[in-house]
Design a protein around this ligand. Structure first.
Ligand SMILES: Cc1cc2nc3c(=O)[nH]c(=O)nc-3n(C[C@H](O)[C@H](O)[C@H](O)COP(=O)(O)OP(=O)(O)OC[C@H]3O[C@@H](n4cnc5c(N)ncnc54)[C@H](O)[C@@H]3O)c2cc1C
Length: 560
């Protein structure tokens, strides 16, 4: 059963040994959503597949998104109907393939007098949005008059409000979605290792035939021989292409996007709210997330190196000012911010210069003369299609190389992601409740693990203490720390607190108060000595400090 499939440091060690011992058909570089989708598709076609990431899975852009699986309403403004149709179809599929991780979300798009997007235009756009989803979205949109809009979202600014569109998209847990797709790849036979960096490409005769990889935890180097190497490194795509050809022209135009999370009670929103920023007219969102609301995103050209992305003081000010303009009672100030995150959009460089928000989001596959295949662009929502397109190309190249038959496309539109086998989440919650778990914990476990919540609770059955909350008053329990190591390949403190459990982004102290106890537990599971334990705490503290660096910049902005 999927719940019992291990995916741990031991699996990783075996995968690394195996990929070094025997050539693979395909080596995928990058364990964000793009690499995850490619590896899953390839493994399901029966290709001998390896995937490596220099950090944790989803450690970069794919855990810094707006967490939306969306048809892309705003691409209608760019008349990109193909993208909207494709993304709408993917939204519908993902709601079924991973119902625990991809959940329907009701959006309210208020319209004000004199707004950039006029009411008639929005109403027409909404019909088109439903039409392009073949009227198969969660529900059809509705138009609300001014009174109904205020009833739905009482905190909205009243002055100038004309009405609002109520429509539907979906929200996801981005980091866990990536993890689920990568685990799906591993279940189909892919060899997978995080903390494994590609340091150079192997090109004995001018053709790329593998890569040198370095275990970033131990420093150990290995050669992985591969018939095909795919570069799915998101914002690092151009850097990696230059390992192959130092003159390779850039494929990407990166833009930075930041978010802030604040206590939901301060804004009081019950829906996701779509707004056009009063500062520059850009479309942005106020999105509910449990007790929090997060506001995002910015879209700017101030692009730092991909390893060093964070929300700046001016990002935070922009986001709070935009939210305050629509929710005047919120009066959000920088000290209200619980957490920030930021990422670089790996967008395709347009042929001609465009404003950041007008850069297209579609993906492109490019092959270098030496055979390195790179994928650029795309988004979380369309990862399955990106994976399929890439593996179609890989399968053709393998056929040309050794004459093997081209395998059929696998049914990635029907195979659920791990944990997504259950159609009815309420039944799972009831099953968890029957095991004497409080309601909030039961709901949390089902949302995070789906049908695999049972595997977490099996740990509690074996050791009752693992049923206790990690942080008093919160739903996350100690069994999840063990689960994240044994079934989700967590290798570092930040893997657990930031991407498996989200305590980093959901607690005011970024879970710093829990680090000593969590490191203790991880140390036992992973065999850490005292020095490694201290190193983990110090490294985590550095990441917390980085996410809060905006505070000094905000202070400087207000007292120049
Ligand atoms: C602010 C923001 C909001 C967004 N919101 C949404 C949204 O709501 N919905 C949506 O559908 N899309 C959204 N997107 C787009 C989406 O998040 C990205 O398109 C997607 O996550 C990119 O995934 P990726 O796998 O290509 O890149 P990444 O997630 O960045 O993964 C690349 C990986 O490559 C690894 N890597 C790099 N170099 C090496 C090397 N030498 N060796 C090994 N590994 C290496 C990195 O460690 C990294 O993990 C958003 C993007 C941003 C920035």
């Amino acid at each position: 059963m999927a719940a019992e499939t291990p995916f741990s440091h031991r699996t990783r060690a075996r995968a690394l040994a195996s990929m070094a011992a025997e050539p693979v058909d395909l080596l995928v570089i990058g364990g964000g959503i793009t690499g995850a989708g490619i590896a899953r598709d390839a493994a399901l076609r029966g290709l001998r597949t390896a995937l490596v990431d220099k950090g944790d899975f989803a450690g970069a852009t794919s855990s810094r998104s707006s967490r939306l699986i969306h048809g892309g309403l705003r691409y209608l403004e760019q008349y990109d109907f193909h993208l909207v149709r494709e993304a709408s179809r993917e939204r519908r599929l993902l709601l079924d393939l991973a119902p625990h991780l991809v959940r329907p979300l009701a959006f309210l798009f208020p319209v004000y007098r004199g707004a950039r997007v006029a009411a008639w235009r929005l109403r027409a756009g909404m019909w088109l949005y439903d039409l392009l989803a073949a009227f198969r979205n969660v529900r059809l949109h509705r138009w609300l008059g001014r009174r109904a809009a205020l009833k739905a979202e009482p905190g909205l600014r009243e002055r100038g409000l004309v009405g609002a569109a109520l429509y539907y998209d979906a929200q996801t847990d981005d980091a866990r979605l990536v993890l689920a797709a990568i685990r799906g790849a591993a279940q189909a036979g892919a060899l997978v290792a995080n903390y494994t960096e590609v340091t150079s490409l192997v090109r004995p005769d001018g053709r790329v035939r593998g890569a040198m990889v370095r275990d970033t935890l131990t420093g150990e180097a290995r050669t992985v021989r591969a018939l095909i190497v795919v570069n799915a490194t998101g914002p690092w795509v151009d850097g990696l292409r230059r390992l192959d050809d130092p003159q390779a022209p850039p494929l990407l135009r990166l833009t930075k996007g930041a978010h802030v999370a604040v206590p939901r009670g301060r804004i009081g929103n019950t829906h996701a709210v779509t707004l056009t920023s009063p500062i520059d007219g850009r479309v942005m969102f106020v999105l509910p997330w449990g007790d929090l609301s997060y506001v995002g995103t910015t879209d700017t050209d101030d692009v730092p190196p991909p390893d060093d992305v964070r929300a700046s003081g001016s990002d935070v000010v922009y986001l709070l000012r935009s939210a305050n303009a629509f929710f005047p009672q919120a009066r959000l100030a920088p000290h209200d911010v619980i957490c920030t995150w930021a990422g670089l959009r790996p967008l395709l460089a347009p042929e001609r210069e465009l404003a950041a928000s007008a850069v297209p989001r579609e993906h492109r596959i490019v092959e270098s003369p030496s055979g390195l295949i790179t994928i650029a662009g795309g988004k979380l929502t369309t990862f399955r299609v990106m994976g399929r397109d890439m593996v179609d190309r890989v399968a053709r190249r393998l056929h040309e190389l050794d004459g093997r038959p081209i395998p059929r496309q696998p049914p990635t539109d029907r195979v659920p992601l791990p944990g997504g086998e259950a159609a009815d989440l309420d039944v799972l919650v009831e099953a968890a409740r029957a095991r004497e778990v409080p309601e909030t914990t039961a709901r949390h476990l089902v949302q995070a693990y789906g049908s695999e919540a049972a595997a977490v609770l099996n740990l509690v059955e074996r050791e009752r203490a693992l049923g206790k909350p990690i942080i008093p008053g919160r739903p996350e329990i100690w069994a999840e720390v063990t689960h994240s190591v044994e079934r989700e390949m967590a290798l570092r403190l930040a893997d657990v607190l930031m991407r498996r459990l989200h305590l980093f982004s959901e607690t005011r102290d970024q879970a710093v108060s829990a680090t000593t106890a969590v490191v203790e537990r991880l140390g036992k599971l992973l065999g850490w000595d005292a020095a490694r334990r201290s190193e983990e705490i110090a490294d985590y503290a550095k990441q917390v400090a980085q996410s809060r660096a905006y505070l000094t910049e905000v202070a400087r902005l207000s007292n120049p």
